[in-house]
Design a protein around this ligand. Structure first.
Ligand code: PGA
Length: 250
């Protein structure tokens, strides 16, 4: 299966011109890597650039959606709006959105709406701290179970899960996660999905790693950790580094 490499630009870059350059460069470079499927997730206003850049189908993602379908929700963007402009994927439940109010219940509502609009949700889960008595596993189980509640079995083929340990994310990370830590959680996530939907679905669902991914640790997570792909933050804005990540993943 192709490795799914998600570029989460977050609230960057600051100008349309820069966004255009990065998008063009990455979209051209990514053609070299047949074993990697790239999904670009720029801020909302830059999504339309995908058309000018002739981004291939299935390569465009948004970073969030509203938990409502339409109506008086100033500043929010619905799953239907995104679908109508050609968006394919959407990141849901990113830790940065969870820390500003996205509970598991809201994340679940967003997943259901995304699926209704035929968007492919990338559900982010991950613990704040890794304790020594396995409390983080209970935390992750809670997230996966609530966030996927009421998702019909037939829709599970459209779900992607990204494991992002918060303690390993961003510029303030305590330390990097290891491939063993990822592997443990990946198996645990598959076990939860298996209990909910059975072993076939559990083995089919892509489980990605996210959190300070860079060219030097890509092989570790993909090869040793057996990740089905990666969710890349900072280094997805640097075409050289992103190209090196794609080369390693490929
Ligand atoms: P990072 O971000 O790669 O900059 O650590 C990952 C994320 O938060 O999605």
């Amino acid at each position: 299966m192709k490795k799914l490499i998600i570029a989460n630009w977050k609230m960057n870059p600051q100008t349309l011109k820069e966004a255009q350059t990065i998008l063009k460069t990455i979209s051209n470079e990514s053609k070299k890597y047949k074993n990697a499927h790239v999904v670009m997730c720029p801020p909302y206003p830059y999504l339309f650039l995908a058309k000018n850049t002739k981004l291939k189908k299935g390569m465009l993602g948004a970073q969030n959606i509203s938990h409502e379908l339409s109506g008086a929700y100033t500043g929010q963007v619905s799953s239907d709006i995104l679908k109508s402009i050609g968006v394919d994927y959407v990141i849901i439940g990113h830790s940065e959105n969870r820390s500003s109010g996205d509970t598991n219940i809201l994340v679940n509502q967003k997943i259901i709406l995304a699926l209704k609009s035929k968007l492919l949700p990338i559900l982010c889960v991950g613990e704040l701290i890794r304790d020594s008595h396995g409390g983080y596993l209970t935390f992750i189980k809670n997230q996966v179970t609530i966030c996927l509640a009421s998702v019909p079995k037939a829709q599970m083929k459209n779900i992607v899960i990204a494991y992002e340990p918060l303690w390993a994310i961003g510029a303030h990370a305590v330390r990097e996660a290891t491939h063993e830590e990822f592997t443990e959680v990946k198996i645990f996530i598959r076990k939860i999905i298996s209990d909910m939907y059975g072993p076939v679905i559990a083995h089919m669902i892509p489980v990605l790693y996210g959190g300070s991914v860079h060219p030097e640790n890509t092989r570790e997570f993909i090869i040793e950790g057996g990740a089905d792909g990666l969710l890349v933050g900072r280094d997805s804005l640097n075409p050289k580094k992103f190209d090196a990540i794609l080369a390693a993943a490929h």
